[in-house]
Design a protein around this ligand. Structure first.
Ligand code: SAH
Length: 194
């Protein structure tokens, strides 16, 4: 594993992410929204995630900026990063498949929204956010630059901690005791742990 190969793996991850998401994003337009919790905070968190996971690392790859924050490349660490990237992509497409028409990029409830509690959702309530943590971890291991590498983890932490409680409150408002019971028997992002 060389630094160039690691960068290529990161770029391939971004391309695969777009390919997986695009059909769901297109299809989502067809399903009407019955309630939402869109806000300025939500928009800032989503823009922050795009900055940290895509723009900042892409800028470093294209221009080398900020060169002073470059670190030593570790092939073993980068190989682990590649494994995390594959795990992210697998999980990401599986969650999309299982959430189906209930998926939204932001906090929205669709008409005829169904609460998904099986498959990946059987033990954790937020497998898509688990996948984002894997993606950001992959980035930190693949890109040997403090800013480009860690911008993803910082922005995913902001998105996750800034959103998860609001999302759960929205789901409780919509599904009531059904979601309370679901919360009681599940964890958030790591089965049986957290
Ligand atoms: N937090 C989930 C989903 C992310 S997509 C995860 O990490 O996998 C965000 C949208 O998914 C929310 O707006 C909400 O409407 C919907 N959602 C979240 N949990 C859901 C569930 N268990 N069943 C159906 N829809 C859900």
């Amino acid at each position: 594993m060389t630094s160039a190969v690691a960068s290529l793996i990161w770029v391939s991850g971004i391309v695969a992410w777009c390919v997986i998401r695009y059909p769901y994003q297109r299809r989502a337009r067809k399903f009407r929204i019955s309630a939402h919790k869109r806000s300025l905070e939500e928009r800032l968190l989503l823009s922050g995630a795009t900055m940290g996971l895509v723009i900042v690392p892409a800028l470093w790859l294209l221009t080398g900026f900020p060169e002073s924050l470059n670190t030593t490349f570790h092939p073993v660490l980068a190989t682990l990063g590649a494994v995390c990237m594959v795990a992210f992509l697998w999980l990401f497409q599986a969650v999309h498949r299982q959430l189906g028409r209930n998926w939204s990029i932001t906090l929205e409830i669709r008409e005829d929204h169904a609460l998904v509690t099986e498959g990946l959702f059987k033990h954790i309530r937020h497998p898509m956010y688990s996948s984002f943590w894997l993606w950001a971890t992959a980035q930190a291991m693949l890109l040997p630059n403090w800013l480009a590498g860690f911008a993803g983890l910082v922005s995913v932490a902001a998105l996750y901690f800034g959103r998860v409680a609001r999302e759960e409150a929205m789901m409780r408002e919509t599904f009531g005791p059904q979601y309370d019971a679901y919360m009681n028997r599940t964890k958030r992002i790591v089965p049986w742990i957290m």
